[in-house]
Design a protein around this ligand. Structure first.
Ligand SMILES: Cc1ncc(C[n+]2csc(CCOP(=O)(O)OP(=O)(O)O)c2C)c(N)n1
Ligand code: SF4
Ligand SMILES: [Mg+2]
Length: 311
């Protein structure tokens, strides 16, 4: 794993510049900053409708210091498929130029991924389209005022689930792994080096790669803006967010999650939930159901790990 010194030495360059209009403490901003440090300058980004569309500011004073395309809500993965193919055509026509070095990424919210963009994403994955698709998951439609998405957790209050969401969070990384693409990974903004390494690895692989990042949102979750990292860390320590990779079908738990594979090592879920206003209406029944969902997710991973050991 890269050390902090190595990461900072190799990536002094900033690609997502200060002066953007993210709220203070925005998880998306950190996720993008670190992802770009790993991917470097020969990267073209496509983002469907989301906070990321607007926080960049107005041209010519935009914050991204790299090619950046705003795309229609449903079309992120499809547009990246076309852009990646165009780079390949250019590389064929003009060998030895920068075209062959280009990495195409889609950087989409959870609404743009789990709901409206899933058809294009599934198609791109099935074709093994050469792109890195990133979902920054703030667990609701934040840009339009906090509506629930299929990635909103059970029990969370949003403007469209005023009593708390009754359904469960869609397990996007598992859905993407079922597409048998070469690389799937989960990240948290509380683990920037883990995130950095996973983006470095994704860049070195060809085909469709999927990275899902927990990206807390102070106004959407209801907490103070200086607590984003701590909340993302609590999500990992309570086991609510599992960090892992699936490389050509082989599952590996990442360091921080490996240390809480034993449920006795996890801190109580309430320590994470009680810090966020969106869980203010959580009943005891909801709490139990949320814990059961987390246990199911861990069981799913543990089963995969033990099957691999037996093979
Ligand atoms: C077809 C279409 N429907 C609705 C919208 C309005 N809209 C813009 S951003 C957004 C929310 C996106 O949510 P998410 O993908 O989770 O990203 P976030 O805002 O949380 O960053 C919506 C509904 C739109 N731009 N296009
Ligand atoms: S609403 Fe949330 S995701 Fe959007 S810019 Fe603000 S903190 Fe970031
Ligand atoms: Mg969102």
């Amino acid at each position: 794993m890269t050390t902090i010194k190595e990461a900072l030495d190799s990536c002094q360059e900033e690609y997502f510049l200060p002066g953007n209009s993210c709220c203070a403490g925005c998880g998306l901003e950190l996720a993008l900053r670190w992802a770009m440090k790993a991917l470097g300058p020969n990267t073209a980004l496509i983002t469907p409708a989301s906070c990321l569309n607007v926080v960049i500011g107005l041209w010519p004073k935009t914050a991204p210091n790299f090619p950046f395309t705003n795309m229609a809500f449903a079309a992120g993965a499809a547009a990246a498929t076309g852009m990646s193919a165009a780079f390949k055509a250019k590389a064929y026509r003009f060998p030895g130029k920068k075209w062959e070095k280009m990495t195409t990424i889609t950087f989409a919210g959870d609404g743009g991924t789990a709901d409206i963009g899933i058809q294009g994403l599934s198609g791109a994955a099935e074709r093994n389209s050469d792109q890195i698709y990133v979902c920054y998951d703030n667990e609701a439609y934040m840009n339009t005022g906090i509506q629930r998405s299929s990635s909103t957790p059970h029990g969370a209050i949003t403007t469209t689930t005023t009593l708390g969401k009754d359904r469960y969070k869609k397990n996007l990384p598992a859905i993407m792994a079922a597409h048998e693409i070469p690389y799937v990974a989960t990240c948290s903004i509380s683990e920037p080096l883990d995130l950095y390494d996973k983006f470095k690895k994704a860049k070195s692989i060809e085909g469709c790669r999927y990275i899902h990042i927990l990206a807390p949102c102070p106004p959407g979750w209801g907490y103070d803006s200086n607590e984003s990292i701590e909340l993302a860390r609590l999500a990992v320590k309570t086991g609510a967010w599992i960090l892992y990779e699936v490389e050509n079908g082989v599952v590996t738990l990442s360091k921080r999650s490996k240390s809480v594979l034993d449920p006795a090592k996890r801190i109580p879920l309430i320590d994470y939930l009680s810090r966020q206003k969106r869980f203010a209406k959580l009943s005891e029944k909801d709490m139990i159901e949320l814990q059961e969902e987390i246990d199911r997710n861990w069981k799913h991973i543990a089963n995969q790990l033990s099957c691999q050991e037996k093979l």
